[in-house]
Write a protein that binds this ligand. Structure first.
Ligand code: NI
Length: 228
């Protein structure tokens, strides 16, 4: 399931991220890539343990916390501290898969499973050419290029790539979540059920017996499949 979520960050938050990133140190992005992915990765990142990454990572986590769509789509259990990358003209990231297991920085080696990948765009589409995130699933390839502050959420199990930048520079935040529901198909069903419940609540009153039964059903399904 691929979900686009608009306005995860306000314009002011995007501006703030950009200002902090402009004065940050940028290093070769291969430091956080798996062995195979590193071969096709050509971009820049700010170090995960830098004060800028920590400060902006908190800002992103705060924004995720207030976003009901992210929470129902990803059902996050743990979110790896957000990272920040940049593709200047000529940079690209060829087709790859993200590592299944990641070590959470600053925890003495705690590991988590990466189920859900997210990218929050920090550049507007008119600031660069190329740079689309292309995600492959069983229905084909999806090309994504969103306004600054918008986010795309997709299964970490997908093959994906970032097309070469032919003009300008593309800045973004990216991160992984371990979901309460590791299976993408099950997570998709729960998400669609939740959307249907929200629409049903809009059309019927909250004390309608059918609404209550559906909400009960949602929670009992989640109880059955959630892993903590
Ligand atoms: Ni990736």
């Amino acid at each position: 399931m691929l979900v686009q979520i608009p306005d995860v960050l306000t314009a002011e938050e995007v501006r703030h991220c950009r200002q902090v990133l402009e004065r940050s140190q940028w290093v070769d992005g291969r430091v956080t890539a798996g062995d195979l992915a590193a071969k096709s990765k050509h971009n820049l990142q700010i170090p995960v343990d830098s004060p800028e990454a920590e400060q902006l990572g908190d800002l992103i986590l705060h924004a995720l916390g207030r976003n009901p769509t992210y929470n129902t789509a990803a059902l996050p259990f743990r979110v790896l501290p957000p990272m920040f990358n940049r593709y200047d003209t000529g940079m690209t990231f060829g087709t790859h898969v993200d590592n299944a297991i990641r070590t959470v920085p600053g925890t003495g080696g705690m590991r988590m499973r990466a189920d859900v990948s997210s990218t929050i765009f920090l550049s507007d589409p008119d600031e660069y050419d190329g740079g689309e995130l292309v995600v492959q699933d069983s229905y084909g390839s999806h090309s994504i290029k969103l306004p600054a502050g918008h986010m795309v959420v997709y299964p970490a199990s997908s093959l994906h790539r970032v097309m070469p930048i032919t003009r300008g520079s593309r800045w973004a935040s990216f991160f992984w979540a371990q979901s309460l529901v590791k299976d993408d198909g099950m997570r998709t069903m729960l998400y669609e059920l939740d959307l249907a419940i929200m629409e049903t609540r809009r059309q019927l009153s909250d004390n309608n017996a059918a609404v209550l039964a559906l909400v009960n059903h949602y929670h009992n399904l989640l109880r059955r499949v959630a892993e903590l």
